[in-house]
Design a protein around this ligand. Structure first.
Ligand SMILES: Cc1cc2nc3c(=O)[nH]c(=O)nc-3n(C[C@H](O)[C@H](O)[C@H](O)COP(=O)(O)O)c2cc1C
Length: 348
C-alpha cells in the first residue's frame, strides 16, 4: 500500500472513528435544484467519493439571505432536508461518513439571489463582483443589529439540527474564506463598537456563541469548525491586529472538544507575517485538538506532513473533483487525473 499514514484509522472522539485520514474538502458545485434542494445527481456524486474517511459537503446556506452564488444548496426548508436525506443515505450505504458545512456568505451575498438586503458585521462592501457573474457588483451591506445577531445564532443552531435530521454525521461551521463568521474575526471587515467588535474577546464572541449553541443542540463531538487566520480571499485585507483575535479564539476553542479544526486556504505554502509563517503551523502551535490540513497537497506531501505531525488529517479538494476514486487510486498507487476548471461544468 502507498502512503500508509493516510490509511490509518483515526478516532475523532468516542462517537466517531474515521476509516482513513483523507477528508474530501468542501467544494461548492452550484448544482442544487429549484428551491436550493439537493438532487439525485448530487447524491450519486457524493456516494462515488464515499471511500474518503470523511466527506465535508459543499457549503450549504443556513437561510436565504446567506446566498452569494447560484444554485448553492440550503438546509432551511423541509424539501432541502429531504433532498439531503438522499445524499446521506447514499454515502452511508457505501460505508462513508459525511458532515454538512454550514454557510452564510455575509457581505459577499447578493440581493440578486436573496431578494433581501446584504448583512455583515459592518457596512463595508467587498470590492469586485460575484465570480462567474461579473455583472453583479458587490453591494454595501447593512450592519447586523444585536437582535439580528441573536437570531443568527439561533438560525445556525436550527440549521445544525436540520442537518442531523437529514442524516449527517455532524456539521462543520464555515468560519473561513472571508464569509460572514470570518468577517467578524478580521479588523478590515469588523469595525463594530458594541460587544461584537473592537477587541479579541468581542470579535470572537459571535463565533463562540454559534459554536456553543450548535454544540448544545447536537453535541461538540459532532461539531467541527473551519477557520482562516490568514486573510487571503474575498477581499479581506490582513491586519496584524487579527493575530490577537485568533490567539484568543484558539485559546477558547481549546476548552471545547470539537470534532476537529480545519484550516481554510487554497495553498498552504502561503506565509503570513502576522502568523509567523504558514497558517497550518500557526494553528498547530495554538490549538491542541485534531487539526485538518489542506491547500494544494499531494498525497505524498500529505503523508509526510502527517508523519511529521504538522496536522492529523488531510482535506483534499480539487483532486477529488477530478478523481471520484481518489482514495482508491492513491491507495493502489495508480496515476491521478489532473484537475482543471472545465471539470466544474459536470457533476461526475
Ligand atoms: C471549486 C471549488 C469550490 C470550493 N468550495 C468550497 C466550499 O464550499 N467551502 C469551503 O470551505 N471551501 C471551498 N473550497 C476550498 C477547498 O475546500 C480547499 O480548501 C481548496 O480547494 C484547497 O484544497 P486543494 O488544493 O486540495 O484543492 C472550494 C474550492 C474549489 C476549487
Amino acid at each position: 500500500m502507498s502512503f500508509p499514514n493516510l490509511f490509518e484509522p483515526y478516532p475523532l472522539n468516542a462517537e466517531l472513528t474515521l476509516n482513513n485520514r483523507i477528508l474530501m474538502a468542501p467544494l461548492t458545485r452550484c448544482m442544487a435544484g429549484p428551491g436550493l434542494v439537493p438532487t439525485d445527481a448530487m447524491a450519486a456524486y457524493y456516494a462515488r467519493r464515499a471511500a474518503a474517511g470523511l466527506i465535508i459537503s459543499e457549503a450549504t446556506i443556513i437561510r436565504q439571505d446567506g446566498q452569494g452564488y447560484p444554485n448553492t444548496p440550503g438546509i432551511f426548508t423541509a424539501e432541502q432536508i429531504q433532498g439531503w436525506q438522499k445524499v446521506t443515505q447514499a454515502v452511508h450505504g457505501k460505508g462513508g461518513k459525511i458532515f454538512l458545512q454550514l454557510w452564510h456568505t455575509g457581505r459577499v451575498a447578493h440581493s440578486h439571489f436573496t431578494g433581501q438586503a446584504v448583512v455583515a458585521p459592518s457596512a463595508i462592501a467587498a470590492s469586485g463582483s460575484v465570480p462567474r457573474m461579473r455583472h453583479l457588483q458587490y453591494e454595501v451591506p447593512r450592519a447586523l443589529s444585536r437582535e439580528e445577531i441573536a437570531q443568527l445564532v439561533e438560525d445556525y443552531a436550527q440549521a445544525a439540527e436540520n442537518a442531523r435530521e437529514a442524516g449527517f454525521d455532524g456539521i462543520e461551521i464555515h468560519a473561513a474564506n472571508g464569509y460572514l463568521l470570518d468577517q467578524f474575526l478580521h479588523h478590515h471587515t469588523n469595525r463594530r463598537e458594541d460587544e461584537f467588535g473592537g477587541s479579541p474577546e468581542n470579535m470572537s464572541r459571535l463565533l463562540l456563541q454559534v459554536v456553543d449553541a450548535i454544540s448544545h443542540r447536537i453535541g461538540a463531538a459532532r461539531t467541527a469548525l473551519r477557520l482562516s487566520p490568514g486573510a487571503y480571499v474575498n477581499d479581506i485585507q490582513g491586519d496584524e491586529r487579527d493575530r490577537q483575535v485568533f490567539d484568543y479564539l484558539l485559546q477558547q476553542l481549546n476548552q471545547r472538544e470539537l470534532a476537529y479544526l480545519h484550516l481554510g486556504i487554497f495553498d498552504d505554502s502561503m506565509t503570513f507575517a502576522y502568523l509567523d509563517g504558514q497558517a497550518s503551523r500557526y494553528l498547530r502551535r495554538h490549538y491542541q485538538g485534531t487539526l485538518v490540513g489542506v491547500g494544494s497537497y499531494s498525497a505524498e506531501r500529505a503523508n509526510q506532513a502527517i508523519a511529521a505531525k504538522e496536522f492529523d488529517l488531510i482535506a483534499i479538494g480539487r483532486p477529488f473533483i477530478a478523481n471520484p476514486d481518489y482514495v482508491e487510486k492513491v491507495r493502489d498507487g495508480r496515476p491521478l487525473t489532473p484537475y482543471n476548471d472545465a471539470q466544474l461544468a459536470s457533476l461526475d
